[in-house]
Design a protein around this ligand. Structure first.
Ligand code: SF4
Length: 418
């Protein structure tokens, strides 16, 4: 076939899908000639990456056609020992036959002996369902070893988490902290947003043991000893509280900072929020029966009582002699020793830098407050005409999460953000 004839008859087309060369899942167009992948580019119609593709995504073709790619089941050769890496290809029928025998035996005897670990695929809803139906709790996937603390810590602390598909609001932020993040989370969208953010004059501080990737364009890189981010957050929380750099109105109304904690050490309820058992149960899952100490009437009231001015500090005694304190007062005590000097010894970041970062956060939050004309109703039924906030944004990921202290580190970050 001469070249001309071939181009006349060949079939050129592209298929739209999502890239999975990293966790970002950019929209891509896979261009085919006669059914064979020729090249991959970004899908301009895709809302996430808007046509942008990175080198890794564009080279997805190499994975598709790699001679090392597994295309059929492999079984250990007869007589080979485990770990010898001597396999032979078998048909799917043989593979299913072997698995069916082994799995049905386990399912009939003790399903928990079956442990299912999957990789970073896009089917964890299905593989998890399979494990559950099989009857084993021994199921895990990539996230359990990576960023699961990111979700668990933030959801536990403030009811939601940012994740690899959602990024910070860099359209409105003025100061941005990126902590413990590699390039494979929210990758291309974050690069697009960062370039807009920097052009608009935003300040970008990267906190990471190494200066790579995103941090290359940071205004300031703050190297930190791996796994010590929690100490940094605790020191920043302390600085903001000590120097009145926090948003009092926000923490009063939209966090449980003012809610009273039971301080009776001999009770099972020690350390838990006090509840008014007589309060109407608005929602069984989130009972709205916590208490505030109202500084106007100097007594405990149901939280979010109209006209009440909740205390954030101090210790009080209820009518039945129960000693209580607002949780904010306990937080202040908890972080009292977490000075910048204390954190310097743990994180390796100079105390002056930690104190200065806290000042910067407080100044930007106070002086460049954003007010968006968006009406909304809060959990207590109060309607607000605007959304207000501090234009200080955070993005963090595995670098914080994948440590034995990851859960508490993420909790500390959520408290700091609040
Ligand atoms: S950032 Fe690159 S590798 Fe990751 S999903 Fe997007 S195109 Fe693929």
């Amino acid at each position: 076939m001469d070249h001309h004839a071939r181009t006349q008859n060949e079939k050129l087309e592209f298929k739209t899908t999502t890239c999975y060369m990293c966790a970002c899942r950019c929209g891509i167009r896979v261009h085919l000639r006669d059914g064979e992948v020729r090249y991959i580019d970004g899908n301009p119609e895709h809302p996430l990456n808007q046509g942008v593709i990175c080198a890794k995504g564009a080279s997805g073709i190499m994975k598709q056609y790699s001679p090392a790619r597994l295309t059929q089941p492999l079984m250990r050769k007869a007589g080979a020992e485990r770990g010898e890496a001597r396999f032979e290809p078998v048909s799917w029928e043989v593979a299913f036959d072997v698995l069916e025998k082994r799995l049905s035996h386990l399912r009939a005897t003790d399903p928990k002996q079956f442990a299912l670990f999957t990789g970073r695929d896009q089917m964890q809803a299905l593989t998890g369902l399979f494990a559950k139906q099989f009857g084993t709790p021994n199921y895990a996937a990539h996230g359990g070893f990576c960023s699961a603390n990111m979700a668990a810590g933030m959801i536990y602390t403030m009811g939601g988490s940012f994740w690899e598909f959602g990024g910070p609001d860099l359209d409105h932020a003025k100061l941005f902290f990126m902590i413990g993040t590699a390039e494979d989370h929210h990758s291309n969208p974050l690069k697009i947003a960062l370039s807009k953010f920097k052009r608009a004059g935003g300040r970008f501080i990267a906190i990471n043991p190494v200066r790579t990737g995103y941090a290359a364009i940071a205004d300031e890189w703050v190297p930190i000893r791996p796994g010590t981010d929690g100490a940094l957050f605790m020191a920043l929380i302390r600085e903001l509280i000590e120097h009145d750099g926090y948003d009092r109105a926000f923490v009063e109304r939209f966090s449980n900072a003012a809610e009273l904690v039971d301080l009776r050490e001999d009770r099972d309820t020690f350390g838990l929020f006090m509840r008014d058992p007589g309060a109407p149960e608005v929602n069984a899952l989130y009972p709205q029966n916590h208490l505030w100490w109202d500084t106007r009437t100097d007594r405990a009231v149901l939280h979010h009582t109209d006209g009440a001015q909740p205390a954030l500090e101090g210790r009080y005694v209820l009518e039945d002699d129960t000693p209580v304190a607002p949780s904010f007062a306990l937080l202040r005590e908890q972080v009292a020793h977490c000075t910048p000097q204390w954190a310097e010894r743990i994180t390796g970041i100079a105390a002056e830098t930690i104190a200065r970062i806290a000042r910067e956060m407080a100044t930007v939050a106070r002086e460049q407050r954003i007010v968006l004309p968006v009406q909304w109703t809060d959990s207590w039924g109060k309607t607000h005409d605007t959304v207000e906030g501090a234009p200080v944004a955070f993005h963090a990921m595995r670098g914080l999460a994948a440590h034995s202290n990851g859960f508490q580190t993420i909790r500390a970050m959520a408290v700091l953000m609040s």
